[in-house]
Structures are given as structure tokens and as C-alpha cells.
Design a protein around this ligand. Structure first.
Ligand SMILES: Nc1nc(=O)c2c([nH]1)NC[C@@H]1CN(c3ccc(C(=O)N[C@@H](CCC(=O)O)C(=O)O)cc3)C=[N+]21
Length: 293
């Protein structure tokens, strides 16, 4: 048996064309959504990710606002740009590319982001509202994973989801999303302190591998027919990029989201969705204010 591919690239393209129509509607009302990015330092990988986000923006008609600071930037320098993006009316949503250089207090930076402009869904107010089950921008990677599964009709209700990795962008929050009533999965979060990872993987109908540990999910640990999504990026001893999922898993699983071409493009598409939704809310608020005035 060979797994069916959860094609994130194709699914993201479909989402982007749906978003392009919403952007046109907004533009017709005189509101152009604008995505801001703040990139600090000269990490080549981060530069590439940010460039990809702006390419996506161009495709759907979202304006790009790019801010860059050198690796030597101080906490005050970073916070000044965040304040500027909070004030900028052309910027309807923005992200601070992570990780920030050592010495910058990431928590303090994320706290400064105007919750109405949080495109990543990673600011404290957004994550807090996710806990409270209130409406707020959702974290892009967990939401991208859920959206991908839904578009392929992979059942989440009653499914057992095992997540590997407790990082801030995926593992910490994905269980909150997947245990919402309308999703209704049962979630196990594994990490380096997990005693028997194989046991936790074998029970899973859905595996999300986001540990950044090459090939940590092996074929012998996967339930036949399970959906396995590879979110990990690490490098082997030759400097080659490897995912968290061993290629042999495709012979056992029912579904696999490859890496690249799986969750990554979905993360970017859901980021754009957050920007468009923020612009729609801002346009509605403005319309209401105009009607009142
Ligand atoms: N504030 C913040 N928000 C983020 O969302 C964020 C971040 N910081 N820091 C880094 C990680 C990483 N990340 C990726 C998103 C898409 C791909 C992606 O689209 N990858 C393509 C390949 C891209 C290529 O080949 O260049 C794929 O998987 O097919 C990868 C990585 C977002 N991150």
C-alpha cells in the first residue's frame, strides 16, 4: 500500500485563489489588505521564508510592507518597528519572523503586537483566546494542518491525534484546536520526556511530527492507514535537510503530508487568510463608524 498525498501545495493554491476574490471585494470597498513582516538578522532560511510570504501576497493582491533590522538590533530597535506597524493604517496584519536573535526578549515583542493585527495567531491575546474558545486569529500551522485534513476528508471526530514536539508554533497550541467540539479529536502531546514514543505513535489515527528530529517517526511505529503530517525540519550529518518522518512511512500510512510540499505551503496560506480576515474586520468597523458619523 502506498499512502495518498495530502498535497499542501495544491490545496494552498486553491485557498489563495479563494482569498484573491475576497481581496478584490475589499479593494472595491477601498480597503487593500497589507501584510507587514519584520525580519531581524541575516539568517538565510528566515530570509527565504519571508520572501515566500511576500510572493504569496503578490499572488492574491495583498500589499507587502517589509521591515528589516540587522542582527545587531537592540530590544528598543525591534520594539520601535513593532509600534510603527501597530500605527501604520496600510498594515492590516503583520508577523515578526521567529526566531529573533539571541538577546532579544521574544515574549515582550509578541506582547506588543496589536491583537487586531496579529497575523500569526502567536501573540498572547490570540493564544489566550484560543484557550478560552473565543474568536481570534488561529495559529497558522495548526490551522493549516486542520484545513488540509478537512479538504481531503480525513476524519478528525473521535480520531486519536499524536503530536511530537512541544514548540510554540505547533505543539503547544494544536491540541486546543483539535479538541474543539467541531473537530473532536483526542490529543496526545509527546516531547523529549515521553517515555515510550512508539507506543504513543502506534495508537494514532493522525500523527503530526513537529519535533525537528530527523526521521523520528518510523514505519514500524505507524498504524496502517493513519494520516501522517511532517512538519519537521532538521539537517543530517551531511547538512542535508531531513523531515521528522521516515520515507518508509508512506508504505504504511493511508495519507502523508510530504515535506516540502505539505504543511509549509498551508502555513503560508492560512497566514494570508488571517490578514484578509483582519482587513475584513477593520473594514466592517470602519463602515460602522462611517454609518454612525
Ligand atoms: N513569526 C513566524 N511565523 C511563522 O510562520 C514562522 C516563523 N516565524 N519562523 C519560521 C517558521 C517556519 N515557517 C515556514 C513556513 C512555510 C514553509 C514552506 O512553505 N516551505 C515549503 C518549501 C519552501 C522552500 O522551498 O523555500 C514547503 O514546505 O513546501 C516553511 C517554513 C514559518 N515559520
Amino acid at each position: 500500500m502506498t499512502a495518498q498525498i495530502l498535497d499542501g501545495k495544491a490545496t494552498a493554491a486553491a485557498i489563495k485563489s479563494e482569498l484573491a476574490a475576497r481581496v478584490s471585494a475589499l479593494t472595491a470597498r477601498g480597503v487593500t489588505p497589507g501584510l507587514g513582516t519584520l525580519l531581524v538578522g541575516d539568517d538565510v532560511g528566515s530570509q527565504k521564508y519571508v520572501a515566500g510570504k511576500h510572493r504569496d501576497c503578490a499572488e492574491v493582491g495583498i500589499a507587502s510592507i517589509r521591515r528589516e533590522l540587522p542582527a545587531t538590533a537592540t530590544q528598543e530597535d525591534v520594539e520601535a518597528v513593532v509600534r510603527e506597524l501597530n500605527e501604520d493604517p496600510d498594515c492590516t496584519g503583520y508577523i515578526v519572523q521567529l526566531p529573533l536573535p539571541a538577546g532579544i526578549d521574544t515574549g515582550r515583542v509578541l506582547e506588543l503586537i496589536d491583537p487586531a493585527k496579529d497575523a500569526d495567531g502567536l501573540a498572547p491575546m490570540s493564544l489566550g483566546k484560543l484557550v478560552l474558545n473565543q474568536d481570534a486569529p488561529l495559529p497558522c500551522t495548526p490551522n493549516g494542518i486542520l484545513t488540509l485534513l478537512r479538504r481531503y476528508g480525513v476524519e478528525t471526530k473521535g480520531a486519536h491525534l499524536t503530536v511530537v514536539g512541544r514548540g510554540m508554533t505547533v505543539g503547544r497550541s494544536i491540541g486546543l484546536l483539535f479538541t474543539r467540539r467541531e473537530v473532536n479529536a483526542t490529543v496526545t502531546l509527546c516531547h523529549t520526556g515521553t517515555r515510550d514514543l512508539s507506543e504513543q505513535l502506534r495508537r494514532a489515527d493522525i500523527v503530526v511530527a513537529a519535533a525537528g528530529a530527523g526521521h523520528i517517526v518510523r514505519p514500524e511505529d505507524v498504524k496502517p492507514g493513519a494520516a501522517v503530517l511532517d512538519v519537521g525540519v532538521s539537517r543530517d550529518e551531511h547538512g542535508k535537510i531531513v523531515g521528522d518522518v521516515h520515507p518508509g512511512v508512506a508504505e504504511v500510512a493511508g495519507w502523508v503530508a510530504p515535506n516540502p510540499g505539505g504543511v509549509g505551503p498551508m502555513t503560508r496560506a492560512l497566514l494570508l487568510q488571517n490578514v484578509v480576515e483582519a482587513a475584513e474586520r477593520q473594514a466592517a468597523a470602519r463602515g460602522a463608524a462611517d454609518d454612525a458619523g
